[in-house]
Ligand binder design. Structure first.
Ligand code: ADP
Ligand code: MG
Length: 259
């Protein structure tokens, strides 16, 4: 595929009469960090779930490194380097933070762990991931007791435990505000700088500036625009159909041209 990592072609997902995704085409290059943005109900999560494998498209293709991802189980996807996170953080609530990561590392090795005590298995690697996630001090806490921001970081650490080459994140900073939100997006940026290919959905533009190399704007199931954040923010179609509805207060000052 001439170095293209992810190819989405003619992607359609209808629910009865609801055209959630209605013909979406885009590509992601290796090491690129791409944000799929748009208003609530635009079809971001549906489009994402078709790519990540939780939903089957009505029609269309999703190719990863030239091979169709459709029909692969989450396990097979992980084995081929594709990991995802969820809009609402999903972790193993009853386990400690460290055991969460140890378990994810064990799953990667192909041991199904239900009957196998975790003990100290993979502990150094788990602790390295927890340090990266800023969760070192919380390693022995039960995941259920974590503040939401820490849970989102743990979920990302679990995805990274699979050593993915493509990271799919559904609103990685959803439910986070201020410094926590910024820190998470900076971590995503750092992962992309380290060579990981990243595709993430986002509702607000503030998690896009400074993070995404490229932005895809989805409105009513179709791509309305794509490009660099700076250009997207000025795009009259995007302004009229998306930013105009949600307010412009989260855009950096001076970036918006008034047509
Ligand atoms: P976003 O993530 O951009 O907010 P979604 O992909 O969640 O948008 O939803 C897109 C549209 O598809 C919405 O109109 C939503 O109500 C509809 N939709 C999503 N999932 C389903 C489903 N399982 N059944 C029926 N309609 C759905
Ligand atoms: Mg969504």
């Amino acid at each position: 595929m001439n170095g293209v990592a992810l190819v989405v072609r003619g992607l359609v997902r209808h629910f009865g009469g609801v055209k959630a995704v209605d013909g979406v085409d885009f590509e992601v290059m290796p090491g690129e960090c791409v944000a799929l943005i748009g208003p609530n109900g635009a079809g971001k999560s549906t489009c994402f779930a078709c790519i990540a494998g939780q939903q089957r498209p009505t029609s269309g293709q999703v190719l990863w490194e030239g091979v169709s991802l459709l029909g692969w189980s989450p396990r097979e996807r992980l084995q081929r380097g594709v990991a995802r996170s969820f809009q609402v953080a999903q972790v193993f609530e009853a386990l400690t933070v460290r055991h969460n990561v140890q378990l994810a590392l064990q799953v990667r090795e192909g041991h199904w762990p239900a009957w196998r005590p975790l003990g100290r298995r993979h502990q150094p690697e788990a602790d390295a991931l927890l340090a990266q996630a800023g969760l070192g001090a919380l390693a022995n806490q039960e995941a259920a007791s974590l503040p939401y921001g820490a849970k989102k970081r743990l979920e990302l650490a679990l995805a990274l435990a699979g050593q993915p080459r493509l990271l799919l994140l559904d609103e990685p900073a959803a439910g986070l505000a201020g410094q926590e939100r910024q820190a998470l997006m900076q971590w995503v940026r750092k992962l992309a700088d380290g060579g990981l290919t990243v595709l993430y959905t986002e509702h607000n533009m503030d998690a896009v500036a400074g993070t995404a190399d490229r932005v895809l704007v989805l409105i009513e199931g179709r791509l309305a625009a794509q490009g660099r954040f700076e250009d997207i923010a000025r795009d009259p179609v995007v302004q009229a159909r998306y930013l105009g509805q949600t307010g412009l207060d989260f855009l950096p000052a001076g970036k918006v041209g008034h047509a």
